[in-house]
Write a protein that binds this ligand. Structure first.
Ligand code: BG6
Length: 369
């Protein structure tokens, strides 16, 4: 079943290009995004004034990445709530609220209960789900399936990139219906999205050996930190989560700008820190701020592993190691930057002799509250 791979996770990481591609199939036609499952919802999409994403774990981080793009493209405020927090926060729900749930399994009880609560309080509900006919899509007004194929390893990988893909498609569909992006702008984003699978394949081919070497070198680390900014921030959180789940190493992700407000106190000589570096082509200011963060932690002895786009030489004088990702427009960098972090956690888990597919204490889908 593992098709020659050492674990389901290794197989599923290798399937990420197809997970992204298959999620776009039939939904992008010559630069136009039209999701069949959303036909008939134009009137709703035109009048919604708020989107609340509900999800847990990795799916919630996909939601955090999607928030930036959906807000930019469709000009609707998006907030991301952990599904188990949602019902207990007396959330503000109106008929103009769209609640979007994200779940690989479609069975996570916390997320299901959040969706039911939203519906009972008058919201419309949309499910982004990887499992045909699961409970959450059945309980929702509409569903956009991710087509990552069955995911067996407990730690989510290919479902995550498929969830971001589905959210981006949803954002572009919404932008067309609401008239917030013109056709050329939508076509440009679809071109970027369709280029992602080949770029993921390239990362897997060129960076895996180097990442495995780093994992062996860091196998005895007590703590590993992750920094990112903007869409790179949820990727830092996801990189840390993968490491906790798979390698049982204390790991934390931070927004890079928050460093000086506290976390920099954690930096001592030898502390490994992964930094997701935004492209200078997206925002030069943001790029130079993250490079300054690298300098600050390096000056305090951190061992910096930068994930930076090919050709970004600004990181070279300060980073101990550089993992390269191909050039992409800013919203598409997360789909690339997360790949080496997933590989790193998997390699570190196997370097420690742990069960990559079945980490202790975790279940693939948690069907209790
Ligand atoms: C957790 C899984 O329990 O549930 C995570 O271990 C997953 O990998 C999370 O991200 C949410 O699951 P689902 O199926 O709702 O996406």
């Amino acid at each position: 079943e593992k098709g020659g791979w050492s674990s389901f996770m290794a197989k599923e990481i290798n399937e990420e290009p197809e997970a992204v591609l298959n999620t776009t199939l039939g939904r992008v036609h010559e630069g136009v995004v039209d999701i069949d499952e959303l036909a008939g919802l134009d009137e709703l999409f035109a009048r919604i004034d708020r989107i609340v994403v509900v999800a847990s774990g990795t799916a919630a981080y996909a939601g955090q990445v999607g928030k930036y793009a959906v807000e930019r493209w469709a000009r609707v405020p998006v907030e991301v709530q952990l599904s188990h927090e949602f019902r207990y926060s007396d959330p503000i729900i109106t008929p103009e609220t769209l609640v979007v749930s994200i779940s690989q399994s479609g069975e996570t009880m916390d997320t299901l209960l959040a969706v039911k609560y939203a519906a009972e309080h008058g919201a419309k509900t949309l499910s982004i789900c990887n499992t045909q006919g699961a409970t959450i899509p059945r309980e929702s007004d509409a569903v956009v399936y991710t087509h990552a194929g069955p995911e067996v390893a407990v730690a989510s990988t290919k479902a995550f990139v498929a969830q971001i893909t589905a959210l981006y498609l949803f954002g572009l569909h919404l932008a067309r219906v609401r008239g917030t992006l013109d056709a050329d702008a939508i076509a440009a984003q679809t071109e970027e999205l369709l280029a992602v699978p080949a770029k993921i394949r390239q990362i897997l081919e060129t960076e895996t050996a180097e990442v495995a070497r780093l994992a062996h070198w860091m196998a005895d680390s007590r703590a590993i930190l992750f920094l990112g900014r903007h869409v790179g921030y949820p990727i830092a959180l996801e990189g840390a989560l993968k490491l906790k789940e798979l390698a049982y190493i204390h790991a934390e992700g931070f927004a890079a700008g928050e460093l000086k407000h506290g976390p920099i106190a954690l930096i001592e000589p030898g502390q490994p820190v992964f930094v997701v570096v935004p492209s200078p082509r997206g925002s030069e200011t943001m790029h130079s701020k993250v490079v300054s963060n690298i300098q600050e932690i390096r000056a305090r002895g951190a061992r910096v592993i930068a994930i930076a786009e090919t050709g970004d030489v600004a990181v070279l004088p300060f980073a101990d190691e550089v993992i390269r990702i191909p050039l992409a427009a800013p919203f598409f960098e997360p789909l690339l930057a997360v790949i080496p972090l997933q590989v790193f956690a998997m390699e570190l888990s196997s370097a420690k002799g742990l069960d990559v597919d079945q980490p202790r204490n975790l279940a693939k889908s948690v069907t209790v509250e």
